[in-house]
Design a protein around this ligand. Sequence first.
Ligand SMILES: [Zn+2]
Ligand SMILES: [Zn+2]
Length: 420
Amino acid sequence: MTASSTFDPPELSAALAERALALRLCAECTGRLFGRLGHGWTNPERAEAVARRAGAPGHAWPADCALCHGLFARYGTWVDRALRVAQGYEWHRFTCGSRWDPELLAREEALWAELPTSAAESARSAFNREWGKRLAAATSTEGTSTDPDVVFLADLPVGIVELTVLPVYVRGRYRKLDRTLPQTRWPCRRCRGRGCTHCAGTGRTYPTSVEELVGAPFVRAAEAEGTRFHGMGREDIDARMLGRGRPFVLELIRPKRRQFPLAPVLDELGRTAAGRVEVVGAAWATAADVVAVKEATPEKSYRVGVEGDVPEAKVKEALERAAGRAILQRTPTRVAHRRGDHVRPRRLVRAELVEAANGRFTLELRTESGTYVKEWVEGDGGRTEPNLSSLVGAPLKVTFLDVVEVHDSEVIDGQEQQRV
Ligand SMILES: [Zn+2]
Ligand SMILES: [Zn+2]
């Protein structure tokens, strides 16, 4: 506003101004009663207009405000508290919130009704905004309502600021070359991770995992407190994950560093996980990528080793009959403890015999998402129908299984492209 103009809205009658002045509020709280009248005025400027209109220009505002008890004079304290609680954390974007005594907020609403005014701004929203402005100025960071790095919550009655540090995300595709690795951390079932005789004090069922091997160098670089690993599905522990790898998003919990070069971290990962896990196509990601990875239901291609006393021609013929057909799979007994017992229709997209010698066969299969491949080959006691064992008329046994491709789609230049 120009220096010559003053805040003087027609809605502010002398009677209303007198009633507002009689409330014995501070200049901030008085001005805020009319916070949505006019634009670009500070609350003290609005309060001055109230005083003028009430015939009391230069009114001395009470120090102990009947509503806020001087809160709006103490932004500096709250900025200091926020800076102290966030010390050691890197952040560029933040959101401010506050927890209030509900009685105070109710008292404020009662004042609005009493005056009456429909142009008031609430103490909470004014405090959050003004506190945020001062915090931004003190730190050259940016207040935001979307996608913050940290959230400050002022607990006004208690007098503390609570800090929420949002995760950082990295996406990529992992290749798993080791047949002893679970995808995610696997706490010991007996002790749930505390350590017991069953797990020799390690707290784990498996000594490490894709999550831990991939996560460790990122945790060090980000100085994070831990990880969550979101894979686009998962393979069995004893299955390798080959081809272009499986998409994943690594979530780094409460990181102290948010922006660091990925290349040295990937170099370290290459050394520490050599021969076990490889990561390709690593890039920064967002929470939305976690959803995309979890919701995807891509087809997958497998290479499967099979043993059985059956002629090659018979296997070949059975695969030809099975390819492109629907199969019905009841939940395998090995996973029934964590998934409900259902019968699911699945489709075998492609089934080929690629090698055969002395009762040992290598198959290549492409299946719909969620197909239990081992069970389709072996039959799972009739829980999968049809199955390859019944089609060849002899028991078959899976000797190894590798995922050779996850056929997910990727958004490239705004267009979804199906990878084949
Ligand atoms: Zn006040
Ligand atoms: Zn244990």
